[in-house]
Design a protein around this ligand. Structure first.
Ligand SMILES: Cc1ncc(COP(=O)(O)O)c(C=O)c1O
Length: 416
């Protein structure tokens, strides 16, 4: 892949360059292996793609139905009352309207997190109270401390991403219900469940049913990630009829495109394949966590999303690792240095099939450890090994460390 492809990262401050831009820049019309964009690789099935391809002309020639028609179909599928649902052009469109309509002065959000949750309210002049997730605590969100932080600052809106992006941290349903109870006087509590379909820590982890009953709760759901269709941009929110209706009334006519309509109407025929695809992603996540954990000095955090947050060995610079993986191995990863609350020592790696993970691991071995006898790097790696052992001894109590030769594999107990 051409060297100048890495310049694309310098021109996009908050997000990675698009796959279309990277493909254009590659010179040969093919994109890299994508460990960056958190998308379900098993859905839609090849047959569904064939069906869409065969109907392409029909799909894009005509206007879609109204959002009301598409939302009614989605609601039938999900067994939700349509008056409690608003569908948007990606959950990003809904975040925008939540901010415009429901955030009046201040919003709290744990960081690092999805950039729109910090940037959108700042762009409209709101105070954003960022609650730093602690690296020393494995980036685990302590809801009691978060609640105390909100009270101290007098914040009026609280956001929780469950699971959180980029670390994949997860909150159990009951803890969230308690949090919502404690925050009943706030203007709004948003639970962003954009990645929740990938979780397997709990049978029924969603708080959607709670949101419909409460005066100040919105649950946000993206469809691009779990349905493997980011380019379509569709998502929805669930809230009581008054909040959902207010948001719906602001959304532009035809905010959902005809691909979104086509997919929503296809879904009921394909629910078994969809469920299987999620199971496969969960199995891949466990497998990939195991493979990456075997890399010396690399820490893999427990994740319930379709991505893994990893800390590079001491001394490794994420931007260099990202650029070398792209130019030398045609692998795209998300370096997290531009995420508030994170640093260049962290990468977010999307869960992918085993064959791609083998390629990633081999490339990372070359980039991180194949240093051609470079003295400084070898010292850094040795230091990283020591640091890993210290951490295993105390800092992260649930980590099991087993030594196999010089390797330090890490397995987290709550990683399925
Ligand atoms: C936590 C979170 N919420 C919402 C979104 C936006 O999703 P969509 O693609 O549906 O706009 C993202 C995107 O990565 C995200 O990470």
């Amino acid at each position: 892949m051409a060297e100048n492809v890495t310049s694309l990262f310098r021109s996009t401050a908050a997000h990675s360059p698009s796959m279309a831009a990277l493909t254009r820049e590659s010179g040969d019309g093919t994109g890299p292996v994508d460990f960056c964009i958190p998308c379900n690789p098993y859905f839609p099935t090849p047959e569904m793609f064939q069906d869409m391809a065969a109907r392409l002309r029909e799909i894009i020639t005509y206007y879609p139905s109204s959002a009301e028609t598409i939302t009614a179909e989605l609601c039938e599928l999900l067994q939700l009352p349509p008056q409690c649902v608003a569908m948007g052009n990606g959950s990003t469109e809904l975040i925008t309207w939540i901010d415009h309509l429901l955030v009046r002065e201040s919003l709290a959000v744990p960081v690092p997190t999805f950039g729109r949750w910090t940037d959108q309210p700042m762009e409209t002049g709101k105070r954003v109270d960022m609650f730093p997730l602690q690296e020393s605590n494995g980036f685990v969100l302590d809801l009691a401390q978060y609640a105390e932080f909100i009270r101290k600052r007098g914040t009026r809106v609280a956001v929780i991403c469950n699971p959180n992006n980029p670390d994949g941290g997860f909150q159990h349903r009951q803890s969230l219900v308690q949090f919502m109870d404690a925050m009943a006087d706030l203007d709004l509590v948003v639970i962003d469940e954009s990645f929740l379909e990938f979780a397997d820590a709990e049978e029924e982890p969603s708080v959607v049913q709670e949101a419909m009953l409460r005066p100040n709760v919105v649950v946000l759901r993206s469809l691009g990630k779990n349905f493997g269709l980011h380019g379509i941009c569709f998502g929805y929110l669930v809230a009581n009829p008054s909040i959902a209706g207010r948001i719906r009334s602001m959304l532009p006519k035809w905010n959902l495109n005809s691909f979104a309509e086509h997919v929503v109407f296809m879904l009921k025929e394909h629910s078994a394949e969809y469920r299987q695809s999620l199971q496969q992603v969960r199995r891949d996540r466990a497998e990939m966590a195991g493979q990456l954990s075997a890399l010396p000095g690399l820490t893999v955090y427990p994740s319930q999303g379709n991505f893994l947050f990893v800390r590079l060995p001491l001394g490794a610079d994420g931007t260099v690792v990202r650029d070398r993986l792209l130019t030398e191995h045609r692998i795209l990863v998300r370096e997290c240095g531009n995420k508030i609350g994170s640093s260049s020592r962290f990468l977010r790696l999307v869960v992918r099939p085993e064959v791609d993970v083998r390629r990633l691991v081999s490339a990372m071995e070359q980039v991180l450890y194949d240093n051609g006898g470079n003295q400084e790097n070898q010292e850094n790696n040795a230091e990283a090994g020591q640091e890993g052992a210290q951490q295993a001894a105390g800092t992260i109590a649930y980590e099991i460390v087993t030594r196999i030769g010089t390797r330090v594999p890490r397995v987290y107990l709550n990683e399925q």
